[in-house]
Write a protein of this length. Structure first.
Ligand code: ATP
Ligand code: MG
Length: 276
């Protein structure tokens, strides 16, 4: 599941780590792939990601096996993280000249043999090659939408990119899930945005929305998800509920990576050109 929205600060990382922890607490085996040079997901999961740590950069650029960089997340059984370090900031440019530059993450995931129920990929706030790698590797896209003015602006570009990737490199890909984040039920604006998103996307929007919660924003500074930091808080309960919705409606379809389609060089060329 690719957690993407090129708008910054809408709750991608918060959603990735808290949904992942919720799914793991439900008993699933979950891998979080941190694909953002900021490394926020690694921080929030309490996973070491200083400059020398083997990271997703080594996987994408140096073709290191994913199994050599994945770390268990402290305190949550069944939860694992492929960390990002600051090296990843250069990957966007370094990838350009590499063979199969759009499908390097997909190949790494295909070669990863550990049993997993879910893989969640936290994307950076851009639509560059890192996000394209996530879209090529994934089966479905989860878009967190912050309940603020301008929430839908720019989404068209993301949706067009999802269509391009589906057309050229990954026929499985679809937007399966929209999650409303930082919802403040006291403001009319939040409910107007929520209505607009529900009218636009319909069934893809989870019934559960995530409230604005101080506990959610505090948890990363302790290297924890809100699920372990304050399990009884409204933020923890809402992420737990959102995860339950995802699991129950079968959104997290097991992704049979062996049968995933890998596009040829020409297709990849066209794809990148189409996006420029
Ligand atoms: P970026 O685009 O920089 O990667 P992002 O989309 O990953 O950002 P987050 O880092 O998850 O967004 O969230 C942005 C900020 O909002 C963070 O400080 C986070 O702690 C805070 N935040 C996220 N969700 C909530 C919430 N439900 N309640 C309160 N604060 C929140
Ligand atoms: Mg983030």
């Amino acid at each position: 599941m690719v957690v993407a929205n090129q708008k910054g600060g809408v709750g991608k990382t918060t959603t990735t780590v808290n949904l992942a922890a919720s799914l793991a607490l439900h008993g699933a085996r979950v891998l979080v792939i941190d694909l953002d040079p900021q490394g926020n997901a690694s921080t929030a999961l309490g996973v070491d990601h200083h400059a020398e740590v083997p990271s997703i950069y080594d996987v994408l650029v140096e073709s290191k096996p994913l199994s050599e960089i994945v770390q268990p997340v402290p305190d949550v059984e069944g939860l694992f993280c492929a960390p990002a370090t600051i090296d990843l900031a250069g990957a966007e440019i370094e990838l350009v000249s590499l063979v199969a530059r759009e499908s390097r993450l997909q190949r790494a995931i295909q070669a990863y043999e550990q049993p997993l129920d879910y893989i969640l990929i936290d994307c950076p706030p851009s639509l560059g090659l890192l996000t394209v790698n996530a879209l090529v590797a994934g089966a479905e896209v989860l878009i967190p939408i912050q309940c603020e003015y301008y929430a839908l602006e720019g989404l068209g570009q993301l949706l067009r990119n999802v269509d391009l990737v589906r057309g050229h490199l990954n026929p499985l890909l679809h937007v399966s899930t929209i999650l409303l984040t930082m919802y403040d039920g006291r403001t009319r604006l939040a409910s107007q945005v929520a209505d607009e998103v529900r009218n636009h996307f319909g069934d893809e929007v989870l019934r559960t929305s995530i409230p604005r919660s101080v506990r959610i924003s505090e948890a990363p500074s302790y290297g924890q998800t809100v699920l372990t930091y304050d399990p009884g808080s409204s933020g923890a309960l809402s992420y737990f509920e959102a995860a339950r919705e995802i699991a129950l409606r079968g959104v997290g379809v097991r992704y049979d990576v062996q049968h995933a389609h890998v596009g040829g060089q020409n297709e990849q060329q066209n794809l990148t050109e189409g996006m420029q």
